[in-house]
Write a protein that binds this ligand. Sequence first.
Ligand SMILES: Cc1cc2nc3c(=O)[nH]c(=O)nc-3n(C[C@H](O)[C@H](O)[C@H](O)COP(=O)(O)OP(=O)(O)OC[C@H]3O[C@@H](n4cnc5c(N)ncnc54)[C@H](O)[C@@H]3O)c2cc1C
Length: 251
Amino acid sequence: MNINLAKLSGNTMVIPGERLDALRARSRDGSDQTRRGLRRRTQCLERNDRPAARLHRAVRRCSRRERAAVDFAREAGALLSVRGGGHNIAGSAVCDGAVMIDLSPMKSVRIDPFARTARVEPGVTLGEFDREAQAFGLVTPTGINSTTGIAGLTLGGGFGWTSRKFGLTADNLIGADVVTADGRLVHASDAENPDLFWAIRGGGGNFGIITSFEFRLHALGPDVMSGLIVYPLSQAADLLTRYREVIGGGA
Ligand SMILES: Cc1cc2nc3c(=O)[nH]c(=O)nc-3n(C[C@H](O)[C@H](O)[C@H](O)COP(=O)(O)OP(=O)(O)OC[C@H]3O[C@@H](n4cnc5c(N)ncnc54)[C@H](O)[C@@H]3O)c2cc1C
């Protein structure tokens, strides 16, 4: 079946059914079943401390589907959007008539309690991430709403309940696997592609498709106490003067 797609130029074009079949065939190795198999293999390689190169090969095969979609959109000149948790209120994950790379089914969270790191896929929500990390009494600072996606939040910076103590979400990003606009899978960290790593920590989703995030974790909870401290308005002048002293601004 032919479909109409929006082009970057604003016009539309017809994509013949055979071209979609070719895309499906190219993506087939990235099917959920294969992905699950590769994930098991990756975990096994990690557990056995096997060479990083083999691990990287497994991850690269996992990202085949995203790379095929990026290549397809680029070669066709089609408008492309990316969906992580789908929580952006402006609806930036959706463009009319365009190709959408929907990463919301990618839900894996793996916590390493000894290294205090987490590997998180882009369809994970903040609540899902917290649930896994809190099983070990650990946390990465994220946002205030459990249903927000970790992907869009991290790429925009990310500020929430524990940010005053542990910083922005993006401050706690150690590395990411990124499919670039030319269809390559690269790793971004302080050591590899540092410019890209700088850009994705607050620059939004415009620098590539993130297929995996690696975060630093901190000890917190699982029991925490929080709340508001409320004073009567009549004490406001005295309170604000003291507050200024406490935060170091002088009287
Ligand atoms: C009710 C509500 C509460 C919020 N609270 C907070 C808060 O406390 N703190 C805070 O910092 N923010 C907060 N936000 C803002 C939120 O972080 C952003 O809307 C964020 O974009 C949501 O991410 P998502 O993955 O769910 O969104 P999506 O709609 O899926 O994606 C938004 C955009 O992010 C990019 N993107 C998503 N995934 C990827 C990916 N894997 N690779 C490349 N680009 C990608 C795309 O450009 C996409 O258009 C809140 C939003 C709402 C609606």
